[in-house]
Write a protein that binds this ligand. Structure first.
Ligand SMILES: Nc1ncnc2c1ncn2[C@@H]1O[C@H](COP(=O)(O)OP(=O)(O)OP(=O)(O)O)[C@@H](O)[C@H]1O
Ligand SMILES: O=C(O)[C@H](O)[C@@H](O)[C@H](O)[C@H](O)CO
Length: 183
């Protein structure tokens, strides 16, 4: 698996995947472990995009363009420490835009299947994201295969175990299981 190949430590980190995969939960735990700044990507959507998602209308590339620019500006700003950004980053082109903003950026991909994502999103009352959009998230997703600095994870594992694995990888450029000689 790609994740077993040693890489350089990450300058910053994007916790990515479809809605409900655990970006917010695991991103927060990673930032705490690493002592890095946490940025919630959803906080930077245009109000029109939030309204669309609330109404069950999928975002388009054009809707996401300004959002990705804002996230790139955050990632590219001079910082004393790394940043953990939660961002769906569904398409390869979106990830390329973020990589261009921050050389050495790592991506932790939380892989979850459709049924499990739908279940999680439906069980989350009050959130703006309409469960009707989960299918579109999977239709849009281009999994980050054969891309640099990507750690693939099974998003059904416990939050703390996932955060520990991601933090170790971000620090050392390899997953904890690799350093333990298991991978
Ligand atoms: N590893 C996990 N195991 C079990 N439940 C989880 C796990 N990660 C997240 N959850 C739960 O799944 C739901 C979605 O998690 P979370 O909000 O972190 O996902 P998200 O990817 O940030 O979603 P969105 O992008 O839609 O905001 C929450 O109720 C959360 O508690
Ligand atoms: O690119 C997108 O379609 C969006 O970023 C979505 O993924 C949501 O914002 C998020 O997952 C819901 O909280």
């Amino acid at each position: 698996m790609d994740s077993a190949i040693p890489d350089a430590p990450a300058s910053s980190l994007v916790v990515m995947g479809v809605s409900g995969c655990g970006k917010s939960s695991i991103g927060a735990a990673c930032a705490q472990r690493l002592g890095w700044t946490l940025e919630e990507g959803d906080s930077h959507h245009a109000p029109e995009s939030i309204a669309k998602m609330r109404a069950g209308t999928p975002l388009t590339d054009a809707d996401r363009a300004g959002w990705l620019d804002r996230l790139g500006a955050l990632l590219g700003a001079p910082q004393r420490q790394g940043m953990v950004l939660t961002c769906s980053a569904l398409r390869r082109a979106y990830r390329e835009r973020l990589r261009a903003a921050r050389p050495g950026l790592g991506f932790a991909f939380l892989a979850l299947d459709y049924e499990q994502a739908l279940q999680r999103v439906q069980a989350r009352p009050g959130h703006f994201f309409s469960p009707a959009l989960v299918a579109d998230q999977f239709a849009t997703l281009e999994p980050p295969l054969h891309e640099p600095r990507v750690l693939m994870l099974d998003a059904t594992r416990p939050v703390d175990a996932l955060a520990a694995e991601i933090a170790a990888w971000a620090r050392a450029g390899m997953p904890a299981s690799f350093t333990q000689g298991v991978a």
